[in-house]
Design a protein around this ligand. Structure first.
Ligand code: HEM
Ligand SMILES: *[C@@H]1O[C@H](CO)[C@@H](O)[C@H](O)[C@H]1NC(C)=O
Ligand SMILES: *[C@@H]1O[C@H](CO)[C@@H](O)[C@H](O)[C@H]1NC(C)=O
Ligand SMILES: *[C@@H]1O[C@H](CO)[C@@H](O)[C@H](O)[C@H]1NC(C)=O
Length: 470
């Protein structure tokens, strides 16, 4: 009896030891690991930010932790970030480019690196170079709506508005159509995208990506799988209409991409992914922009003076006008720095054994880039902790972009939509600031600049008032 208990005990010990993940040799340091759970208990899943900060203080700019059984390496600060994201002399080391796969937690589908789809990239470039109308018509519709509201003197909730304008632009890119804001197609897509993003932002994602099998359980996250289904049905419907009218060699939009490496399923999920990647990021950046501009009226006015001067006698702004607007450029970049819209970037994975900061990192290690630490790094910015366009202006008042500006991440896997996003931010902000003055409603109290943490950071909801300028 006693012997069997001892044996059982030994057995359990052995299993636990066996299930306890261990750090490979010369791996970046980190907190002690528990069996099965890894370091999950070290983190407060609702808001793990403070815990990560503590870990960085104890273990340095490159440290490791186990979210579930797989090791992750967290990278902080511009120096380590640049070393990590630099394309290697041979193969890019921290990208999933060379045949690597990225697991999309939400769609339960293995997406190959999208950049493989040269079609998408070509398409985005083509749209940008020849078709500013995409942005202009969306911006004009948006302006008309803001204008109507301003005449009523009502306060306005920018959350929904900015979300609509951003997703409408993505609809142009993906489906080739701009929708009225009450159209059923766009409202369904937007509603589903919000649900998916909310779920992806919540504490559940960490668990789901660490333990894919809990996907089958009836947990709260479950709802977003239905949203994915609803979305993909709509996209399929649109795809079928596209097929009837498409002209080979003349893609009108993303769904017209003809790429033999893309199966229909993959095209649909990539379309949804694209909608999501391009909507929340842009709209939250715009929300942050106006939160700060409204509460720094002198900065808003200085932008407006520059805009008035450069656009005098012109009907509409175009993207090239940015070269004459150093101050506006500085403000937009400073907004992006402060907004820190995608604080942890998108997780990467090593495609082969590699070295970083003197540590050895094996193939298959999850890489988490902490972009916040770069965007607010002391020593890299004149004013790291305050909203100040001076961060992007030299003594002559010219626009300069420090190396540590990487809200779109860096390296070969930098945000695919960077060009489009920069264009959107410039055109929308300039058009709006030219026409309207944005005001903090008197009865609203002090602004709260603390964002809500998620894959994308969101400012807390706030109201605003709009007045016509011209
Ligand atoms: C202010 C707006 C935006 C910000 C701050 C932003 C930021 C980012 C970041 C940090 C990444 C991760 C890059 C990496 O893996 O290292 C990313 C990826 C991506 N973004 Fe954006 N983004 C923005 C707008 C857009 C827009 C408008 C689009 C639509 C075309 C877009 C499409 C994508 C796609 C498709 C990826 C995945 C690229 C890949 O997996 O290689 N983004 N973005
Ligand atoms: C990233 O850095 C910021 C600022 O230092 C910190 O507050 C946050 O907890 C860090 N997050 C991770 C995942 O390391
Ligand atoms: C703005 O108001 C006018 C007049 O009430 C109306 O005709 C127009 O459709 C409105 N525009 C938008 C975009 O709501
Ligand atoms: C979601 O949970 C319900 C039970 O609450 C279950 O019947 C359904 O199959 C689940 N759906 C998915 C997609 O897992």
């Amino acid at each position: 009896m006693f012997l069997s208990l001892v044996l059982l005990g030994l057995c359990i010990c052995f299993i636990i030891l066996h299930l306890t993940p261990r750090r490979p040799k010369n791996f970046p340091p980190g907190p002690p690991v528990l069996p099965i759970l890894g370091n999950i208990l070290h983190l407060n899943l609702k808001n793990p930010l403070e815990d990560f900060e503590k870990l960085r203080k104890s273990y340095g700019n490159v440290y490791s932790l186990f979210l579930g059984p797989r090791p992750s390496v967290v990278i902080n600060g511009v120096k380590a970030m640049k070393e990590a994201m630099r394309p290697g002399k041979t193969v890019p080391r921290f990208t999933a480019q060379s045949g690597g796969k990225r697991f999309c937690t939400l769609c339960n589908i293995v997406l190959e690196h999208r950049r493989k789809s040269a079609v998408l990239q070509m398409f985005l470039q083509w749209k940008q170079l020849t078709d500013c109308d995409v942005l202009c018509s969306c911006t004009m519709l948006f302006c008309a709506i803001v204008s109507n509201i301003s005449f009523t003197g009502k306060t306005l909730t920018p959350q929904i508005m900015f979300h609509n304008v951003a997703s409408n632009i993505m609809c142009q890119v993906v489906f080739g159509t701009r929708y009225e804001y009450d159209d059923e197609f766009i409202t369904t897509i937007v509603q589903s995208a919000i649900e998916i993003t909310k779920a992806a932002n919540g504490p559940w994602t960490t668990l789901y990506s660490s333990f894919p099998w809990i996907r089958k359980l009836p947990l709260p996250f479950n709802k977003s799988f239905k949203a994915v289904k609803r979305c993909s049905d709509l996209v399929l419907q649109s795809l079928n209409e596209h097929k009837k009218t498409r002209v080979p060699g003349e893609p009108r939009d993303f769904l017209d991409s003809e790429d033999s490496t893309f199966s229909e399923d993959k095209l649909i999920f990539t379309a949804i992914d694209l909608m999501i990647a391009g909507t929340d990021t842009t709209s939250n950046t715009l929300l942050t922009a106006f939160l700060y501009l409204i509460n720094h009226p002198h900065i808003q006015e200085r932008c407006q003076q520059e805009i008035d001067r450069v656009l005098e006698g012109k009907d509409q702004v175009c993207f090239d006008d940015r070269h004459q607007m150093p101050y506006v450029q500085a403000v937009i970049h400073e907004v992006q720095r402060i907004a820190n819209t995608v604080p942890l970037s998108v997780f990467h994975c090593t495609t082969k054994d590699t070295e970083l900061a003197g540590y050895s990192i094996p193939k298959g290690t999850r890489i988490i880039q902490n972009l916040t630490t770069v965007l607010k790094e002391e020593g890299q910015w004149k004013y790291p902790h305050e909203f100040n366009p001076g961060n992007f202006l030299n003594d002559q008042g010219e626009f300069v972009k420090p190396d540590a500006f990487m809200p779109f991440s860096a390296g070969p896997r930098v945000c695919l939509g960077e060009g489009l996003a920069r264009m959107e931010l410039f055109l929308i902000m300039v058009t709006l600031l030219r026409k309207f003055k944005f005001i903090w409603p008197e009865d609203t109290g002090e602004p709260d600049y603390t964002p809500v943490f998620g894959i994308t950071m969101t400012p807390k909801p706030y109201p605003m008032k709009v007045q016509h300028r011209l």
